[in-house]
Design a protein around this ligand. Structure first.
Ligand code: P1T
Length: 538
C-alpha cells in the first residue's frame, strides 16, 4: 500500500496558512515505496464499493466505468493482443477527473478545511472543473474555475450550466505569472474569503483516487492480468496512481505515459525536441513537472501529435462507437503502436479520459479540422474545401416576387428544371429562398395552399459571400444557415456622375447544391482513375 509524505497536514498548510501562489511543480515529498505497509501511509484509503440500487445522489455515478474491448481498430492494426479501453467518459461528469474532484472535496471536508458555504477555486483544463462543479452543485459550494483560453467553449457552457463562475486566462501566460490559470487561481484565493484551492497539481488525493479506486476497478475487470497500461499525462495523477498500484499488484505490467508534441514532460528529454510550440489536444501535456506526477513510475514515454490524436479519436467513434475526446485518441494512438509488439493472450489497457461532448465544435467538426489542417492529405474532404465557389459553375439564379403563388412557383421551377428560387422584393432586395421540395411537401401536408403566396414559406436565414470565397467557407456557413447568397460588387453611376458601390446577386448555394456538386466531382474522379487503370493495363 502506498504512503505519501505529502500529508493532509501539508494540504491544510497549503490551503490556509500560505495563501500565496503554490507552484504546481513544487518537489514532491511523497514517501511511497514499493512494498511499504498500509499502516505507514499518512492518508486514508477508500475501498471499492458496490453500487446501491437507487443512487442517493449523482455522485454515486462517479467512476465504476466499463472496460470495453477494441475490436475493429485492433484488427485494422493487425494486433494479436487484447486491446481494452477504460471508458472514463461514462462517469457522471463525463471524465476521469470526476474521481479526483470528489476525492479532493471529501478529503478537505473530512479535514475540516472545507465548510458549508465556502468557495472552491481551481485551475484546470476544464474536466477537473466540471467534476468540482458537479460535486459543488450537489453539496452547495460556490465554485470558481480558472481555465486557459485554449480550452473548449463546450466545457465553459457545461461549467456555467452547473452554476460555476468561469475565469479565462491567456494561453501564453508564463506559469509564474499571475495571469496564468494557476497564478490567477491563487490570486483569487487571496482575495476571496473562505476560499480554497484544492490544487490537483499537488493534492495527494489526485493520484490516490486512482490508486484506491480506478486501479482496483481495472485489476478486478482484468482478473489481475494486465501487460501494458497506456495513459495520457496532464497532472500525472491518473498514471501515477495506477502505476503505483500496478507495481504492487501486477509488477510486470509496463506503464506507458503519453505526452503531446510541444510538451516537455516525457523522458528522456530528447523525446521532447520538436518545432511544435503548441498543440490542440486538451488535458495532457505541460512545460513543467507537476508535483503529483511520479515519472519514476513510468516505464516508457510516447509522444503524439494533434493529427494522429484526432484521427484516432474519430476512428474510436466511427469504428468502435466510443464517443470519446481528443486525448483518448492520443492514448489509443500510442497504444496501437506499443501493442504491435504484444503476443496473443497479452492485454493492453488504455485510459479514455473524456467525452466528445467537450469537443463538438472542435475535432468533431470537419470545418474545424480543415481549418487547422488536421484532415489528412489523402482525405478527399481537404481538397474540395480550398476550391473557389467559381468552380461550382452555378446556374443563373431564378428570382421571384414574394406575391407569386406557390402553384406558379412550382410550375416555373419545374419548367426550368430548378430546385430553388430567390425571393426578392420590388426594389431587388433579397428576402430569402424557396425550394421546390419544401413547397410541394408543405402543400402535400396541408400546411400550405397552392394559392398562397411564396412569402409564406421563405427560408430567411442566409449569409453573403463573394465568388472568390472557398467551398470550405460555404460548407461552414451552411451548417447554421439555409443558404449562401453569392454576390459581386458593381459600381453604379447615375446621370449626374454620382457613383456608388452596389452588391449584385450572382447566385445561391444550398446544402443540396453543395452535396450534388461534390458527388459529381467524386464520380468524375473515380471514372478518371478507372480510365487511367485501363490505359495502364492496355
Ligand atoms: O491529469 P491527469 O490525471 O494526468 O489526466 C490527464 C488528462 C487526460 N485527458 C483529459 C481530457 C484531461 O482532461 C486530463 C486532465 N485534465 C485536467 C488536468 C483538468 O484540469 O481537467
Amino acid at each position: 500500500m502506498a504512503t505519501y509524505e505529502q500529508s493532509t497536514e501539508m494540504n491544510e498548510l497549503q490551503m490556509q496558512a500560505t495563501p500565496q501562489l503554490r507552484m504546481p511543480d513544487f518537489p514532491s515529498r511523497c514517501t511511497w515505496n514499493l512494498g511499504s505497509p498500509p499502516s505507514k501511509s499518512p492518508h486514508t484509503h477508500n475501498e471499492l464499493k458496490n453500487s446501491p440500487k437507487i443512487l442517493p445522489t449523482v455522485l454515486y455515478k462517479i467512476g465504476n466505468t466499463p472496460l470495453i474491448r477494441i475490436n475493429n481498430i485492433a484488427k485494422e492494426y493487425g494486433l494479436k493482443c487484447e486491446l481494452l479501453a477504460k471508458c472514463e467518459f461514462f462517469s457522471a461528469g463525463g471524465s476521469t477527473k470526476d474521481r479526483i474532484a470528489l476525492r479532493m472535496i471529501e478529503d478537505a471536508e473530512k479535514q475540516g478545511i472545507l465548510k458549508p458555504g465556502d468557495v472552491i477555486i481551481e485551475p484546470t483544463s476544464g474536466n477537473t472543473g466540471i467534476g468540482l462543479g458537479l460535486v459543488a452543485a450537489v453539496r452547495g459550494y460556490r465554485c470558481i474555475i480558472v481555465m486557459p483560453e485554449k480550452m473548449s467553449l463546450e466545457k465553459v457552457d457545461v461549467l456555467k450550466a452547473l452554476g460555476v463562475e468561469v475565469v479565462r486566462t491567456p494561453n501564453a501566460a508564463n506559469l509564474n505569472s499571475p495571469d496564468s490559470h494557476i497564478g490567477m487561481a491563487w490570486k483569487l484565493k487571496n482575495e476571496i474569503p473562505n476560499s480554497h484551492v484544492l490544487d490537483q497539481y499537488q493534492n495527494a488525493g489526485n493520484p490516490l483516487a486512482h490508486y484506491d479506486i480506478t486501479a482496483e476497478e481495472i485489476l478486478d475487470q482484468c482478473d489481475g492480468q494486465i501487460d501494458v497500461l497506456v495513459a495520457g499525462v496532464g497532472t500525472g495523477g491518473t498514471i501515477t496512481g495506477l502505476a503505483r498500484k500496478f507495481k504492487e499488484k501486477c509488477p510486470n505490467c509496463q506503464i506507458v505515459g503519453v505526452d503531446p508534441e510541444g510538451s516537455n514532460m516525457a523522458e528522456p528529454k530528447e523525446l521532447n525536441l520538436t518545432n511544435e510550440t503548441s498543440y490542440e489536444v486538451e488535458g495532457i501535456g505541460h512545460n513543467f513537472i507537476p508535483t503529483v506526477l511520479d515519472r519514476k513510475a513510468i516505464d516508457k514515454w510516447m509522444k503524439t501529435d494533434d493529427v494522429e490524436s484526432f484521427a484516432m479519436a474519430r476512428n474510436l467513434i466511427k469504428k468502435e462507437g466510443l464517443l470519446c475526446g481528443g486525448s483518448s485518441g492520443s492514448a489509443m494512438h500510442a497504444a496501437v503502436t506499443v501493442a504491435k509488439d504484444l503476443k496473443e493472450g497479452q492485454r493492453c489497457v488504455v485510459i479514455l479520459p473524456d467525452s466528445i461532448r467537450n469537443y463538438m465544435s472542435k475535432f468533431l467538426s470537419d470545418n474545424w479540422m480543415a481549418q487547422k489542417g488536421f484532415l489528412r492529405a489523402d482525405c478527399d474532404q481537404e481538397s474540395w474545401r480550398n476550391m473557389s465557389i467559381n468552380q461550382m459553375k452555378l446556374p443563373t439564379a431564378l428570382t421571384v416576387l414574394p406575391t407569386l403563388t406557390c402553384q406558379d412557383t412550382i410550375q416555373i421551377l419545374k419548367a426550368k428544371s430548378l430546385d430553388n428560387a430567390v425571393v426578392i422584393d420590388s426594389s431587388g432586395v433579397v428576402l430569402g429562398i424557396v425550394t421546390l421540395g419544401n413547397i410541394t411537401s408543405s402543400v402535400h401536408d396541408g400546411k400550405l395552399q397552392l394559392t398562397d403566396p411564396v412569402s409564406k414559406i421563405i427560408y430567411k436565414q442566409f449569409k453573403k459571400v463573394s465568388l472568390n470565397d472557398t467551398l470550405g467557407k460555404i460548407s461552414q456557413i451552411l451548417e447554421l444557415n439555409h443558404f449562401v447568397l453569392i454576390v459581386h460588387e458593381q459600381i453604379h453611376c447615375n446621370g449626374s456622375g454620382e457613383c456608388e458601390k452596389r452588391e449584385m446577386m450572382h447566385g445561391v448555394v444550398t446544402f443540396t447544391d453543395l452535396i450534388t456538386f461534390l458527388r459529381a466531382k467524386k464520380k468524375r474522379m473515380a471514372t478518371a482513375e478507372e480510365n487511367q487503370a485501363t490505359d495502364f493495363k492496355n
